[in-house]
Design a protein around this ligand. Sequence first.
Ligand SMILES: [Mg+2]
Length: 423
Amino acid sequence: MAIILHLDFNSYFASVEQQANPFLRGLPIAVAGKGRHSIDVAMAHRGSQRIRIDQLSFQRSVVTTASREAKKRGVKTAMGTWQARKICPEMLVIPGDPKKYGEITSRFMAILRRYADSVQQFSTDEAFADITCASGGDYLGATILAQKIRADIKDECGEYCTVSIGIAANKFLAKLASESKKPNGLTCVPPHEAEDFVLTRPLADFCGIGRRIEKHLERLGATSVATLRRLPLSLLLSEFKSYGYFLFNSARGLGSDELEAIDDPKSIGNSYTFPHDLKTDHEIYQNLLALADRVAWRMRKQKFIATHVSGYVRYGDFGGYSFHRRCKDPLIDGLEIANTTWEVMKEKIDITQGVRLIGVSASGLLPIGGSDSLFDKERRKARVLQALDKVTDKYGSGAWQRASTMKTSFKERVSGWHYDHES
Ligand SMILES: [Mg+2]
């Protein structure tokens, strides 16, 4: 069964603004779309100080995001800024800056790709991540992984950019879970708790039940999850057509775990920092192969073959080097990726320095099964490997392993994570 994360930034645009400008922290602010503007005066409070702020006001604009301080005062998304100012006169209105938010969103997505088997961006500030294999297949692993992601977001996006996280077996439940605790929540709903968890949520919180559907359900007597469960599927189908399936399933905590990957990655890579320096070619090759297998598996999962590989090595003293190589034939298998990388690596490596970190990355990615007949051989190989991948998907990442990588140190779940970096 899949393990899906849903991550949702809290008061996204407002938090990014507060992160970017320390003066805005702790103040009620609203990010607004651009409207007609004029100079306006607002008073802000900081401790016992009153601070006069001259600022642009955005007439006839609406609140895109309110900071948590403004939300506490009753300011809501989609409210007119003039209306919000009536409730909260000292609220500052900040013009939206999509470039700034886009930058933080891409950092966020890069963090997710580092850890997850696959990622689906859902909106500017929301994403699903499939962590079935990355978590080791259980909810303890998933929770640890979620906390690691949260720590990286704090480091790389800033401490004001907090996320609420939901962990569950499908996208619908994961989103419902993340929504249930804000801000900065972490809600884990393992499969055996799913049916009961759904019962505790209002129908209006279901992603997919808007005002119109809610009213329609009300007319049928369904005002809660419990009452929705009493409606037979046949009635839901006659009232809502195929949408009835969604209503029937979601009331029972069921939903899809298929992620729709929208953006193609430019490269897929894994690296690992070893707890002790590696001193032999044999050890290095084994670990390289295990990393390459992980890269190849992620590549196939996203249906790519690679035409370039790169590798890097860092020594105990933090010196190191990296290299890049174009391949004669496209690569699909971890063994090929490892061997191609090793050919270059073994020439350059200075084993006496002790190797602290190695990384391997595939780039120049092409879709498997493109029309080019040159790749016929690869397509056949891809089918075999994808069959093995299905075994991994079903039974977890340790389901099969090359005999030669049995001793690789990062296969054990010791301190932290199997792989310390993915890109
Ligand atoms: Mg949000």
